[in-house]
Design a protein around this ligand. Sequence first.
Ligand SMILES: CC(C)(COP(=O)(O)OP(=O)(O)OC[C@H]1O[C@@H](n2cnc3c(N)ncnc32)[C@H](O)[C@@H]1OP(=O)(O)O)[C@@H](O)C(=O)NCCC(=O)NCCS
Length: 246
Amino acid sequence: MRTVCMLNSGEVHVWCARPEEVGGEADGRRLLAADELERAARYRFECDKRMAVATRVLLRTVLSRYEAVAPSDWRFFVERYGRPVIADGRSSLRFSLSKTEGLIACAVARTVDLGVDVECLRRRAPLEVADHFFAPAEVAALRALPEPVRQGRFFDYWTLKESYVKARGLGLTLPLQKFSIVLDEGSPRIEIDPSLGDDGALWQLVQLKPTQEHVLSLCVRRRGRQDVKVVLRWHPDTALPAPVNS
Ligand SMILES: CC(C)(COP(=O)(O)OP(=O)(O)OC[C@H]1O[C@@H](n2cnc3c(N)ncnc32)[C@H](O)[C@@H]1OP(=O)(O)O)[C@@H](O)C(=O)NCCC(=O)NCCS
């Protein structure tokens, strides 16, 4: 089997795809494991079933670009709080998945924890959610903005918070009010209440606009002082990869 992509330890590759351009039902039957197909079949709406299948087809196809493993041969293990990881110690690859209307994202790195989250900006931001789930500093910063700006900024906070939640792999056992995203000059940062036993300086946050209609946030554990290099790639890869930072 031929692998085509190199992934250095200082890089994260973020693969994006339009759901309709990933595999359909036939690819799902060919590539997915029985439990993945069962999980997809449990969705009530056809569009959600298709999205669940497409997400796993993308994951398997992306992983096989980096290792000599066929897409159908990957096995996954679900951790205690729901995070899927590669089973059997088969690879040092780590991944994170997210899907929203019109976009699927799959971020991959070597050995480090990472989380990705995407949202479609066409939908109305549920601003009332912020009062219940965001940290006080985030709520105050949102309230200080004029209404049209607040809509987009809500999704910045939401996806960045969710990317950290995913990178920690603890699901919603992580109290959302106890860490705060700081959006000022430069890259986003995270401030974490000491009670969570974590340090915001250990995490690099990156935000991308893969399309006019989507926002994508990535959270990756730093290896040292240097920033991780983030590369955005599209599946199918008809265009050259675009470096995001270096
Ligand atoms: C399940 C959760 C990880 C994300 O769900 P989501 O945002 O609704 O859905 P996304 O499509 O972005 O992400 C789903 C993927 O997250 C991954 N995932 C699930 N549990 C995870 C965990 N504990 N840690 C990391 N990743 C996880 C899975 O790969 C899943 O895709 P899969 O089912 O095909 O494997 C979780 O954070 C959640 O329930 N969020 C609800 C939304 C919320 O309240 N967010 C607060 C933000 S302020």
